[in-house]
Design a protein around this ligand. Structure first.
Ligand code: MLT
Length: 405
């Protein structure tokens, strides 16, 4: 008789962003005459830049002719793309990352969710709280989470991000029993806070000392404009021995619908006597057949000098949106984080976060994300995204302020 993976019963009914979309749909159905603005899920609105579109078209055209047609490609991604990524993202002094360390995929969400498959069921997993829900849910599905108690899983270690630590937990927040795997995301989703070199250095030092592993989500690195803030964990010496990094073109170059990401698994990481790179390669080649050729051609164009200039303009557009939201919140006296090296603004509110979510939706037709959706410590906060057209961002910001007061 077929039986279920009972771990799925421990999950909340819907994935956070699915629940938000459902509430937004119901609201639109009930009020078809009102115009909804979403500053909720971080989904881009600007089109792919011209040089990317050109390369995308060329890639499609090549598939139309016998001479240039390509079937299965390398699961890890074409060499031309991996080389372009390594040269652009990992060429800073002292960086040891090479094209061979890079695995091209269709999403940082999938990779950051799937990576835990490589590890034993009984490792101690630490997650920040608040946190991007994928890290927690993937470990729940894998059976590492234990029982649920007061909104938390007993089998996970929670690193609380609070006003006191400015939402950057440190290894000193871990219990004495330690942790084997820690998820870090900077600039952070949801708080928008970026970690300093010293803060990341502390984590790397800890991981090397404890022989633990860091899964570092750098999906928002392109939004860092302060040159003192590291964009990659590999800017910290030793990270190539204890950290895997996830990157994505979703927010960087408008690929949320086109799909392209990459995960860096340095050949220098050894776990239990085995090469982590070889293990991920084994997993990747078994369960994934590579990103489509035209998409990889489009992605490679992002790393050309013209593509870099074009994508920079897109990022600056969203950063300007973020600055507008942040200033408006600051002006009315709300305590906020993020919005400077990040497209997300994390706002402290006077009410619980689902109540304020419902009020903002019902009273002024704007979608934001309730902080509690990212974990218990997110209660009392909301996340506002800068990913929308300027006019809509300005309009929605005014509307939100009407509710927040
Ligand atoms: C978010 O809004 O947090 C992101 O868009 C979700 C994601 O990247 O999967």
């Amino acid at each position: 008789m077929i039986r279920l993976n009972n771990n799925y019963r421990k999950l909340q009914t819907d994935y956070l962003f699915v629940e938000i979309a459902k509430r937004a749909r119901e609201h639109c159905a009930a009020h078809p005459e009102r115009s909804l603005i979403s500053l909720g899920i971080g989904d881009v609105v600007l089109p792919l830049p011209p040089s990317v579109i050109k390369a995308f078209h060329e890639g499609v055209e090549e598939q139309a002719h016998e001479k240039t047609f390509r079937g299965y490609g390398p699961e890890q991604g074409y060499e031309f793309l991996r080389k372009a990524i390594a040269e652009n993202d990992f060429s800073f002094p002292g960086c040891a990352i090479s094209p061979a360390d890079i695995f091209v995929s269709d999403g940082a969400k999938c990779d950051s969710g799937n990576f835990q498959e490589l590890f034993s069921d009984d490792i101690r997993v630490a997650v920040p709280d608040p946190v991007y829900p994928v890290y927690v849910d993937a470990n729940v599905m894998a059976g590492r989470a234990g029982a649920v108690k007061e909104g938390r899983y007993e089998g996970l270690i929670y690193l609380e991000g609070t006003e006191d630590n400015s939402f950057v937990p440190s290894p000193r927040d871990l219990p004495a029993s330690g942790a084997d795997l820690v998820y870090l995301c900077f600039p952070n989703n949801p708080t928008g806070v970026a970690a300093s070199r010293d803060q990341l250095g502390e984590w790397v030092e800890w991981a090397l000392r404890q022989r633990s592993l860091i899964l570092f989500d750098a999906a928002y690195e392109a939004f860092i404009s302060n040159p003192t803030i590291p964009k990659s964990i590999y800017e910290i010496p030793g990270a190539e021995k204890c950290a895997v990094e996830f990157r994505s073109l979703s927010k960087t170059a408008g690929f949320t619908g086109t799909r392209l990401a990459y995960t860096v698994v340095p050949e220098t990481i050894i776990v239990d006597g085995m090469s982590l790179h070889d293990m991920w390669n084994r997993r990747h080649t078994t369960k994934f057949n590579g990103v489509s050729y035209p998409v990889q051609r489009a992605a490679a164009a992002v790393f050309s000098p013209k593509g870099q200039r074009e994508t920079r303009r897109i990022i600056e557009y969203y950063l300007r949106n973020a600055a507008i939201i942040r200033k408006a919140m600051d002006d009315v006296g709300y305590t906020c984080w993020g919005g400077k090296n990040s497209p997300y603004i994390w706002v402290k509110t006077a009410e619980d976060s689902w109540t304020i979510f419902d009020r903002i939706l019902n009273e002024v037709d704007v979608v934001i994300i309730p902080g509690i959706g990212f974990g218990r410590t997110g209660e009392g906060f909301i996340r506002i995204s800068a990913f929308n057209a300027r006019k809509k961002v300005m309009m929605a910001t005014k509307r939100i302020i009407k509710v927040l007061g």
